[in-house]
Ligand binder design. Structure first.
Ligand code: PLP
Length: 434
C-alpha cells in the first residue's frame, strides 16, 4: 500500500531540516486600535504591537472603509452569488473597476479575487494572446508573476534584477517584429528598492515591447493620488498594463489590472482565473472603493507613513542595528541566519510584545534572512523608541552584531537574490513573498 501520509510527513520534515518550516502567529486585529492586536500565544492572550503588516496605511480599519463594507453587506448580502458571468457582476464591482481605471488613468480595469490571481492569470493570458510572444521577466519578480510566466507557456528570458543593460541586451537580440512583454514590479517588497520605471519605458518604446507593471507594494502610497510609482514618476501613460492589489494599502482583498479597453476586454474574455471563479463579494468591493476614493484626495496617511518610516530608519540606525538600504516604506533589518532570525522574532514577541515575522528562505536568499518592518502612520515616536530598544536588547541576547554598516553590502545581495531566484525557478521552489 502506498504511504500517502508518510509522503506528506516527509515533505514537512524536509522543510524542518532546511529550517524553512513556517509557524504562524495567531493574531486578532483590534478594529480602531491599529497597530495593536491580540496575540493568542502559549501563555494565553495579550496585546502586541504589529510591526510587519501589509495593511500599510491602516486602511483596513478606517471608519469609512468599515462602514462601506457593513453598509454593502446589509444592502446586498455576504457573497457575490456566482462568477462574473453567472450573476456575480454586482454594482459594487462595476463601480470599483471604474474607480481603478480612473486612478491609473486607463480606459478600463478588471478585478480578480487576489493580486496573486491577477498576475497569474493576467500575465499568462496576455502573453498567450500575442503570437510567439517573448516574455522578459525581472529576476526578482514575485511568485505570482513567475507562475504567470510559466503558465503562459511561451518563450521567456530573465533579466538581472533592475539591470537595464541586461534588459536591453535581451530586447535587442529578439526579432524586431516579435511581440515582447516586459514584466516587472515597481517596489520590490523584501529589499524595498524601486525599478527605474522611466528607463524601462524608454527601452520598451525603443524595442516596441509591451509593459506589465506590478504596483502591489506601491498603490495607495506613492503618487499624488496614490496610484503608485508610475504616477509618482510621471510614466503611468507609458505603461500598458498596471497590476495592483486591494489587500495591502487599500486594506481589503482582491487584485486588478488596468489598461486599454482591448487588453482588459481580452483578459476578461479569455483568462481562466477570471472566468471560472466566484466574484468578490460586494461588501469587499465597496470597502475597497471607499479606501481608493479616500486615498485619492487624502495625503494625510501617506505623509504619516513617510514620517514614521523616516523616524524608524533613523532610530534603528542610530541604535546600530543593521538596517538595509531601502528607498521605500519597507525597512528590512538583516539577521543573516534562519534560526537566529526566528529566535529574534520569538524574543520580540515573547519578551517585548512586538510582532515582526521572520523572513527566511525561500522568501529571501539563504544567508539574507531578515526582519521586515513596515511602519505605518499609526506607529508614533513612542512605539518607534520602544521598537529600537527592544531590538537592541534582542540583538544583545542573541549576540548579533551591532554597529555594522549594512547598506554598503546591499548590491551584492541583489546579485545573490538573482542567483537564488534562478535556482528557485529551476527547482520549482515557490518564491512566495508576501
Ligand atoms: N505581487 C507582489 C509583488 C506581491 O508581493 C504579492 C503578495 O504579497 C502579490 C502580487 C499578490 O497579491 P495579493 O496578496 O493581493 O494576492
Amino acid at each position: 500500500m502506498f504511504d500517502y501520509t508518510g509522503s506528506f510527513q516527509s515533505a514537512i520534515a524536509a522543510l524542518k531540516r532546511e529550517r524553512c518550516y513556517r509557524v504562524f502567529a495567531d493574531l486578532e486585529r483590534k478594529a480602531g486600535q491599529f497597530p495593536y492586536a491580540l496575540w493568542n500565544g502559549p501563555g494565553g492572550s495579550r496585546d502586541v504591537v504589529v510591526w510587519c503588516s501589509n495593511d500599510y496605511l491602516g486602511m483596513g480599519q478606517h471608519p469609512k472603509v468599515i462602514e462601506a463594507m457593513c453598509a454593502a453587506a446589509r444592502a446586498m448580502g455576504a457573497g457575490a452569488g456566482g462568477t462574473r458571468n453567472i450573476s456575480g457582476t454586482n454594482r459594487a464591482l462595476v463601480e470599483l473597476e471604474a474607480e481603478l481605471a480612473d486612478l491609473h488613468g486607463k480606459e478600463a480595469a478588471l478585478v480578480f479575487t487576489s493580486g496573486y490571481v491577477s498576475n497569474h492569470t493576467g500575465i499568462a493570458t496576455i502573453a498567450r494572446l500575442l503570437p510567439d510572444c517573448l516574455i522578459l521577466s525581472d529576476a526578482l519578480n514575485h511568485n505570482s508573476m513567475i507562475e504567470g510566466v510559466r503558465a503562459a507557456g511561451c518563450a521567456k528570458q530573465i533579466w538581472r534584477h533592475n539591470d537595464l543593460e541586461h534588459l536591453e541586451e535581451l530586447l535587442s537580440r529578439a526579432r524586431a517584429d516579435r511581440p515582447k512583454l516586459i514584466v516587472f514590479e515597481s517596489v520590490y517588497s523584501m529589499d524595498g528598492d524601486i525599478a527605474p520605471l522611466e528607463r524601462i519605458c524608454e527601452l520598451a518604446e525603443r524595442y516596441d515591447a509591451m509593459t506589465y507593471l506590478d504596483e502591489v507594494h506601491a498603490v495607495g502610497m506613492y503618487g499624488p493620488r496614490g496610484a503608485g510609482m508610475a504616477e509618482r514618476d510621471g510614466v503611468m501613460g507609458r505603461i500598458d498594463v498596471i497590476e495592483g492589489t486591494l489587500a495591502k494599502a487599500f486594506g481589503t482583498l482582491g487584485g486588478y489590472i488596468a489598461g486599454g479597453t482591448a487588453i482588459v476586454d481580452a483578459v476578461r474574455s479569455h483568462a481562466p482565473g477570471f472566468i471560472f471563479t466566484t466574484a468578490l463579494p460586494p461588501a469587499i468591493a465597496a470597502a475597497a472603493t471607499a479606501a481608493i476614493v479616500h486615498l485619492k484626495t487624502s495625503g494625510k496617511e501617506r505623509a504619516g507613513q513617510r514620517r514614521a518610516v523616516a523616524a524608524t530608519k533613523a532610530a534603528l540606525r542610530e541604535a546600530g542595528l543593521p538596517v538595509m538600504a531601502s528607498e521605500t516604506h519597507i525597512v528590512p533589518v538583516m539577521v543573516g541566519d534562519p534560526d537566529l532570525c526566528k529566535q529574534a522574532s520569538d524574543l520580540l514577541l515573547d519578551r517585548h510584545g512586538i510582532y515582526i515575522q521572520p523572513i527566511n528562505y525561500p522568501t529571501v536568499p539563504r544567508g539574507t534572512e531578515r526582519l521586515r518592518i513596515t511602519p505605518t502612520p499609526a506607529h508614533d515616536l513612542r512605539l518607534i523608541g520602544q521598537l529600537a530598544e527592544a531590538m537592541v536588547s534582542v540583538w544583545h541576547k542573541l549576540d548579533l552584531p551591532l554597529g555594522s554598516d549594512y547598506p554598503e553590502r546591499t548590491p551584492q545581495l541583489w546579485n545573490l537574490g538573482a542567483r537564488w531566484a534562478a535556482t528557485a525557478r529551476t527547482q520549482a521552489i515557490p518564491t512566495n513573498r508576501p
